[in-house]
Design a protein around this ligand. Sequence first.
Ligand SMILES: [Zn+2]
Length: 488
Amino acid sequence: MNVLSNLLNNATSKGIFSFHPKYKNLGLTHLSFADDLLIFCKGKLESVLGVTTVLDCFYEYSGLKLIAGKCEFFTAAISHNTLEAIISSTGFKQGSLSVCYLGVPLVTKKLTEKDCQSLINNITNRLHQWSSKNMPYAGRVELVKTVLYSIANYWCRQLVLPLSIIKKIEQLCSRFFWKGSDTKATGARVSWRKICNPKSKGGLGIKDIKTWNYASLIHLTRKLLAGKGSLWVAWIQINFIKNQDFWTMSEPHNLSWILKRILKMRCIASAVLLSEPHNLSWILKRILKMRCIASAVLLSSASNTTQIWNGIRPKNSKVMWHKLIWFSLHVPKYSIISWMLILDRLPTKDRLHRFKIISNADCIFCNDGIETRDHLFCNCRYTASIWTSLLLLSGFHMSFSSWSSMLEWASTSRNGKSLISTVLRLSWCGFNYIIWEERNRRIFTGKSRTTTEIINNVKMIVGIVLNNKSIDRNDSINLSLCSNWGIV
Ligand SMILES: [Zn+2]
């Protein structure tokens, strides 16, 4: 392709064909990637014939022949006669936008749902490959993050996705997360908006596409201002911004839709990017207040999309319990069950009874109370005795009268990096997981484990994570913990 590039570039200097008017200052004749080739030239028959002459010359060098019937040409503002002359002289087909280049549609207008169908198909295919109801929630979250950032992110960085498409992508990911497939997630237990919160704010740390798309556009604006980064930036600078002030320039009438969108977002972008945001006009400040992004004003040092996203995403307050389930040695599949538990979104019997899915809501362990979250994980005498035994292994002589008091104690009593803190958090998440697993085993298979077996299962979880870790065994508390929990 280097040979072809040189041939095309040299041809313009020899006058074999003329530059496309918008690319003359850039000296750009073509773009190529793998077997995709775009050639730009002036909309005159002589120029088009000049290009075919170069391609014929390349055929003599390489043996790669142009097949006219497989080529399309795209024009703007040229006469009907010229069009006819090009078609009859070259055999090329006249194409119409949109077409895809490197998997992304080339359009000058607002993206439509049809333009984005390949994006949806791509995500759907990937999710179908992974569809499995046996995959734990933790695995699904990781795959959703991979899909979102490897596919949607590629589009977000260069286009403004229609809201309907963003909703569709989120629906696909939500269904996969809850059901492991593309079946309707009826009774989805935590809203997607909440899942998209950072873990410290009660979510699962998935970035919401709409805000990420905004952040990507602001990042494009930053590149425009810096005047570097890509051919696209150079092209916009030369053809539209020229010597004007980006912040105050009027909107040229012939801008593409996405560029108009970027100009419209200047008030938001300025809040994030301007180094002296206190100079903002009163009206601009007012707009910022209305958009609840005043905090973004402080983000003048934001240099990449993630920092920008952090500045403009909705801010929620931290939850007190996030360190109880998300800590350096946490095990994702145990933590996610505890996350659902804290949000009271596990399908306990009281909930199923309320929806008339089952008629008997009695606790499977004690048959002495309605199976609610609070009962199953705190007030049930059977499971409470197990939790009390586990706490004793860590040296805590505790019992709790309510779920909320237990959660508050567990969340606030030990938050450091000490061994006892890690053991407490690991054992609590492990206890929740094993109790939920045991509850399902008893209901759906009729089989059960003894209390000792359940306790040993939790001990095994703690042991697997902490065995062979560097632990200060001169500390008497640590020594006792290692002995009681069987940590080697
Ligand atoms: Zn019970």
